[in-house]
Ligand binder design. Sequence first.
Ligand SMILES: Cc1ncc(COP(=O)(O)O)c(C=O)c1O
Length: 462
Amino acid sequence: MMNGAHASILDAVGGTPIVKLNRVVPADVQAEIYVKCEFMNPAGSMKDRIAINMIRAAEEEGRLKPGGTIVEATSGNTGAGLAMVAAVKGYRCVFVMPDKMSQEKIAALRAWGARVVVCPTAVEPNDPRSYYSVARRIAEETPNAMLANQYHNPDNPDGHYRSTGPEIWAQTGGEIDALVAGMGTGGTLSGTGKYLKEQKPDVQIVGVDPVGSVYYDFVKHGLVTRPFSYKVEGIGEDFFPSTMNLKVLDDCVRVDDRECFMMTRDLVRLEGLYVGGSCGAAVAGAIKWARGRNKRERIVVLLPDSASRYLSKVFNDEWMRENGFADEPTLGTVRELLALKPQHLVTARSDETLRTVIGKMKQHGVSQLPVVDGEQLKGIVSEVEVLRNLVSGEAHLDAPIAHILDSDYAGVTPDTRIDLLKSVLADAKVAIVTDGPTLLGIVSKIDVIDYLSHRMSEQQAS
Ligand SMILES: Cc1ncc(COP(=O)(O)O)c(C=O)c1O
């Protein structure tokens, strides 16, 4: 072996630099923010680390033998990582993905020598035609095949526990106060966070979640809210993967698509970091979190993948305009809606009786109330649910409302665009607006109608 050479590209995974952010951090933020450049991994993302670990574990446990096949339901970074490892080790790879994926992504995986199977998007996950089901079936029917299964494979977080965690600890010499990362499968935060906590129990582990995903409301309020779609890729979920260990988390911050994409573009243009959309999310989240703490802390943010995958999206002005991210939102934001509807926010406590709550609904003419104990949002109580419980005889007028609460609402922020809210409310009963721990308001369809008609009459008058 030549001096200084790696035995294969797999030895070049990891060892990514940590770099200080200089120009994107606003002056009022006291913390020093550093980024770990995971986009510099050979197959393009931090998923290279878990690909190596999932395959290593499968080999050691005899689940994958020479000449075997690796199957995964993926369109993205995990696929590239697995395909790279498979190429080096002589395995075959089959990736199953939904038909909404771009030709570019499919072509990229084929370039690594992988076979790609495309399935219909518009079916439920447990439908036999769904890409999850097809991946499982191919893995079962192919001799000597393993399903990588990154959402439920403990070797995913373990990959970060073995590599990302020790690496950050060694690079920073332990001088790290907080780790911030986006949450998809949760592998990154659960594995890296666990390792860092073992070294330094008071290191803060902070997850970043896009508006529309289920993690934020669950971490902050213990509620499973209604997910809705968003554009940032790789982070946020509409279910809870078993690879996400929420116990490792100390806090969670929420970001919206516009913030993610604006910060992504700034990271490239102002810091020279050639990164993708979830990197903007993580940094925007870190800045928000740091602002709230107002402390001189050293924060390390993980930057998962590179700009090259998003040239036709985040870095394409037309795409940004078409999706309403480039300009100021034309219909305004939830902040403007709330300002127009100065509400005395009526809430209930979970120990109040159904009789009291019905009284409040009648008195204030509202169909649903947020239920708050102290500062803690507990859910909503809605006319529909009250009626259902009264008709079925399950509810007692003098019993506390605690057991008829539901969380069938969409969680939004003051910056959420009204055009997005329109589609959110097509599914959810109401949207609850929070800013960090503060409950700001509740928005129903009629509020949006009121707001839009007010805007229209103002525009016609001017
Ligand atoms: C671009 C990108 N960012 C962030 C994540 C989230 O990482 P994890 O799945 O480890 O939570 C992923 C995972 O798919 C990703 O592809």
